[in-house]
Write a protein that binds this ligand. Sequence first.
Ligand SMILES: *[C@@H]1O[C@H](CO)[C@@H](O)[C@H](O)[C@H]1NC(C)=O
Ligand SMILES: *[C@@H]1O[C@H](CO)[C@@H](O)[C@H](O)[C@H]1NC(C)=O
Ligand SMILES: *[C@@H]1O[C@H](CO)[C@@H](O)[C@H](O)[C@H]1NC(C)=O
Length: 419
Amino acid sequence: MRNRRLLFQFVLFIILWYAIFHRPKPQSLETVVMTKHRNYVENSRIEIHLKRELEKPFKLLFWTRWYDNLVSDDENTFKYRNDCRSEFILTSNRSQLSTADAIIFSLMDLPWNKRKVDYIFPHHRNPDVPWILAVTEASNYYPDMREDFDGIFNWTWSSRTDSEFHVTYRDLFTKLETPDERWLHGSTFSDQFLRQKKKVAAWVASNCELVISNRQQLVNELSKCGIGIDVYGKCGNKHCGNGIDCFRKLGNKYKFYFAFENSLCVDYSTEKIYNALYHGMIPIVYGLGNWSVKAPKGSWIDVMDYKTVEDLANYIRHLDNDPISYMKYFEWRMYYGIVGTFDSKYHCSVWKQIRDRTYLVIQGEERCRHVYDYLKTWYHFFHNPTSGLACRRCAQLLEQLQNPQEIRDSVHMNEENCV
Ligand SMILES: *[C@@H]1O[C@H](CO)[C@@H](O)[C@H](O)[C@H]1NC(C)=O
Ligand SMILES: *[C@@H]1O[C@H](CO)[C@@H](O)[C@H](O)[C@H]1NC(C)=O
Ligand SMILES: *[C@@H]1O[C@H](CO)[C@@H](O)[C@H](O)[C@H]1NC(C)=O
């Protein structure tokens, strides 16, 4: 009898203990927000079959400046936009509010930090004219996203794959009808291509101080491991002119190009990888961008795939000495061509995405209607499919250079960064 009572008490205890400590944890607001956002993004990826003829140019009104410049059709803010010039009107003229098709705000040109500066948004809002926030820098460079920007913007344009507008490599290269076999190792063209490349690696950087990713240390370490690196721009002692002319020159001489981002944040990537891909160098990427969205398979080397800098250096040396392995990184060029310039391709792709999604809304596609009610949460977190939680986007780095794989794991695997 007594034994039974003890057993009963024991079972009761276990049940209570289980009920108290194993209750499903209530989800945090961040996780709820980011899960909802992921569902919205997946749900609103809609094949575009525009019914409406695009009879008039689509007008984009820049309500803020763009990197401190006014935007107009005559001035050359987006200087290489010639591919789609006739289809769009770009203006900073606020008097054109009533005829604009979409309105763009650049986060860097807004008073983005906490100091309460009243910002004058357009006084009138047409629900079919989307307000779009362009986020071009990493969130740890502009960390104080204002809470009073919640509930204002409909869509975002950034490098994040959970932004309505982000550019993928498919937008930047032209699919070829027949494979271009010049890019196979052994062709006369590829021999010539390789013969010119007498130098190993180039790095172009103008921002040397206060760089959150410690990329300068990475360059130093690679150099100590015996990799020949020439540093161009303000952070080095070599000069090669401006923009595309510079990259063209580098592309003739160098085998590798360091596409090292200033911040290590999930999905944060810039044009750097394209400076290499457009100009015939293998990009060595250092960042947490989703590179398989950004570049054709097999075209890049990711620093985060290596346990140590020495392993990476050995691999670079191996490719430098083995033309067959080196040329494998250019096999994608058999299937994709480069027409025009990166800037033009990139911006035209964004303008077209904005136009098409706006027309979808006008045609009644309510799945595309949206507003960022929790912009600040979205800005600092990402939905981590591994944990199902909202996790912080940016890696917290140590003073000394870390093992690259560990940096990536610290963001993707460490649930301490998740809420
Ligand atoms: C701005 O747009 C208005 C209305 O279309 C026009 O009257 C005005 O001349 C424009 N201003 C400039 C500086 O172009
Ligand atoms: C990168 O993008 C691909 C294609 O959209 C996706 O399948 C993959 O899960 C993404 N990877 C990460 C780490 O987010
Ligand atoms: C933009 O947000 C506003 C305010 O929430 C909303 O009324 C409007 O329908 C939204 N428009 C689009 C295109 O998402």
